[in-house]
Design a protein around this ligand. Sequence first.
Ligand SMILES: [Zn+2]
Length: 447
Amino acid sequence: MRSLLFSVSVLTLAATAALAEQPLPQPAPPSPAIQAARDVPYPGTLKLSVDATDLARRIFDIRQTIPVAKPGKFTFYYPQWVPGGHSPRNDIDKMAGLVVTAGGKRLAWTRDPVEVFAFHVDVPVGVTELNLSYQFLSPVEARVGRQVMTPDMLNLQWLQMGFYPAGYFTRQIPIEASVKLPEGFQFATALETARTEGQTTTFKVVPFETLVDSPMFAGRYFKSVDLDPEGPARVRLNMVADRPEQLEFKPEHIHAHKDLVQQAYKLYGSRHYDHYDFLVALSDQLGGIGLEHHRSSENNVGPKYFQDWDKGFVGRELLPHEFTHSWNGKFRRGADLWTPTLNTPMRDSLMWVYEGQTQYWGNVLSSRSNLLTKQQSLDSLAMTAATFDNRRGRDWRSVADTTNDPIIANRKPLSWLSYQRSEDYYSEGLLVWLDADTLIREKTGGK
Ligand SMILES: [Zn+2]
């Protein structure tokens, strides 16, 4: 026993002495910085063409052309931050098959080891454009992620489809996008059509910033209704469904959506779009979504939105919420949220305004347009208030701190929701603005 202890001590001493002579690990030098974005025009127009006809395998096949001004090191990005998602969650894991060529020759690409959404190539002398080919793989089952292609419809998000060059504000990068859709599909998007050839539609050139803010819904079973035929700007309710009978609506259903537009104009006294497209899926096949854009919104309201109209009201405030974002969120947004590129970190400190106030006005507009009855709207407010009466997380976490949740939690399931809190700036934010509204009424004697 004793001799064993002795020998261990000797070994330890020897090891310590050896360590003292070895240098301790030091950090590797930082990777070279990627060029910062400048607010100057990109020299050339990008082209992006998406073949969305592979419904059987749910694969988008994509070609992109990026003009380049000079030889040497060139960096392009896959978008990382999701506008309206308030987090760095874009689906780079579903981008595959990337091949870069120039003048018919394949160029090697490398991914940046720190900014893994950035790709580097060496542009040879004499080359004026890069040709990229790759695929976007829509999940084939829900556990892989949000399904954006089904046998009967698709949700094309340009944010998932296209790369853009580093070094420029995205509003300064012009791009021409086109899409080939399955036979018999109709589509809606805020983009404006330049030309149509067979199943392929080419859109007018827009800045990359506008392209990623203008997604598309397309489907075999499709209806579009003009919600403001006499108004100053065209507003359309565009619907795709799993089955044709799900698109059978009554006049009062459409009337409520028409009222929503008029009530929004009365409430806000302005509009900041030249046209607006509600993109609405009535589906339990397409992944769920409620995502705002300046001139459109992506909404999944479930397959029985019209069929079960009189049986419930949950989810009927979705369109008023997303429509409100055209004013609060897109035309105006928190200063620290706005970024010049999609790979610059967004900061969510004003989400209690961006989402909380939108949640409040969404509730008010739902009731004013008869998407909800006044009583349903009041019941919904009462349920929210009761929830926060018993929110234990309020003991340790401010509602302002929950504005970090899209980045730190990204809507993952939680074991102790009440104690942990989750994006409470939506509903507790709603109560803040209800309080502001009632205070204004009180202090002005209801004026
Ligand atoms: Zn929202």
